[in-house]
Design a protein around this ligand. Structure first.
Ligand code: NI
Length: 438
């Protein structure tokens, strides 16, 4: 995928604005700045507490309890729990009329055993897929929850001045849908997360290994669609020495695996429609001299451009079916969508970017290339115009390539970065519902 990413980077650099004057960050109104200063130590304490007590998808019971208690203590106008099992929704109505804005944080951790040496490192273990596993906030969702709680604190204190309504969405189960079920974003939407409110925009952010103090925001496709691919190749069992008496699904599977790789490399536009087809597991056969009846394969499909999805699926199905048919075998293909691409709408993104540049400083706002990881925030964007962006969590001096990636047991968040995330959330929110900007 590196070569494609570089191509996109190279092409997008042509259009990237030249960073000239390094405008300094602006301050929020004095009252807001005072609230920020006051909430900072609490935000770090909340984050450390969540980090030490991570919970897997749809098991965020303790996290949800802490969040709900906080929102109730702020006397929000509405606090709903149990939305999509463990999700929490808070509604803050400002003292003046204005638009409805939604802010989202995901709450779940991963089946990863922490290897970071921290006083608040996770020692929690649990069950995942029938296995005993360590549990860790290896994707930084602990920070997302703490930052949104702090955002709620600051906004609740300024509620009389706010022109509009803010919905705080604490989402469970971002890390993947349970088999046959819905992930957190889709399930919250199915359960009418916004009630009778109609947000005109939703914002979300994610911890990412880039320089602390920076954010990354771009319009258009930003993160990939992610699908689970299952293929069964059905042949006919025979003796290993008499292949002509049967139909060999193992040889057919090897042809299919190779042919699938020609879809990204030979059939799709490498720059306009980056695609990955990965086969992650293959099972067939029980004995060295028996050609088996069938082979089962599983994998993932990633794509950035939503418009090419149907065409991509058709190519995958055609490749599998036609290769199987050419050998007299049959095949079954199932493609299940985990997430659709995160696509940031240009106008909304431009306005959010301007707000971030104003409040963080132009030099702190990065663009760049999209990536092939996925985020189910995309489903909120289907329902409400939404912008998703990254905030950097690397300690000073650690480059993006040196830093442990998300989902690594060594994933590390430099804590001062949380203030940037808080200021970023406040910047995009107050741009919509705040008192008139200078
Ligand atoms: Ni994540």
């Amino acid at each position: 995928m590196h070569h494609i990413a570089k191509l996109i980077l190279a092409s997008s650099l042509l259009f990237a604005p030249i960073a000239n004057a390094q405008t300094p960050p602006a301050a929020f109104a004095p009252g807001v700045e005072a609230s920020i200063a006051q909430v900072l130590p609490h935000m770090l304490a909340w984050r450390r507490d969540f980090h030490e007590h991570p919970e897997l998808s749809y098991e965020e019971v303790r996290t949800a309890r802490v969040v709900a208690a906080h929102l109730r203590a702020l006397h929000l106008d509405e606090v709903r729990t149990g939305v999509a099992v463990t999700g929490v929704v808070g509604v803050l109505r400002g003292g003046r009329p204005g638009p409805v804005i939604a802010l989202r944080a995901d709450m779940d951790a991963l089946p990863v055993t922490e290897e970071v040496d921290l006083p608040f490192a996770s020692r929690v273990r649990g069950r995942y897929n029938g296995q005993d596993v360590g549990i860790m906030h290896a994707c930084g969702h602990d920070t997302h929850v703490a930052v949104l709680m702090a955002t709620a604190s600051v906004l609740a204190e300024r509620r009389a001045e706010l022109a509009g309504t803010v919905i705080f969405v604490f989402q469970p189960s971002e890390e993947g849908a349970p088999p046959g079920g819905l992930g957190g974003a889709r399930r919250m939407l199915a359960e009418h997360v916004f009630g009778d409110l109609h947000p005109e925009a939703i914002f979300g952010l994610h911890a990412w290994p880039q320089a602390s103090g920076t954010v990354k925001i771009m319009s258009g496709p930003f993160m990939a669609g992610s699908d689970r691919l299952r293929i069964s190749v059905i042949g006919r069992q025979t003796h290993g020495a008499q292949p002509h008496r049967g139909i060999d699904p193992i040889v057919i599977s090897s042809q299919i695996i190779n042919a699938l790789q020609t879809i990204p490399s030979r059939q799709m536009d490498a720059v306009g429609s980056p695609v990955i087809v990965t086969i992650g597991s293959i099972h067939g056969g029980v004995r060295y001299n028996i050609i088996p009846d069938r082979v089962e394969m599983e994998g993932t499909i990633r794509y950035l451009n939503p418009e090419t999805r149907d065409d991509l699926y058709a190519r995958v199905r055609r490749t599998v079916d036609d290769i199987a048919a050419s050998a007299g075998a049959t095949a079954e293909v199932s493609i299940e969508s985990n997430a659709i691409p995160v696509v940031n709408p240009p106008e909304l993104t431009a306005r959010a970017r301007a707000a971030l540049a104003r409040m963080l400083g132009e030099g702190s706002v990065q663009g760049g290339a999209p990536g092939m990881v996925a985020e189910d925030f995309a489903f909120f964007q289907q329902a409400v115009p939404g912008v998703f962006f990254y905030y950097g969590v690397n300690p000073p001096g650690v480059s993006p390539t040196e830093a442990a990636p998300n989902h690594s047991p060594r994933f590390f968040v430099h804590e001062p970065a949380l203030e940037t995330a808080l200021r970023a959330m406040l910047a995009v929110t107050l741009d919509r519902v705040g008192p008139a900007q200078p």
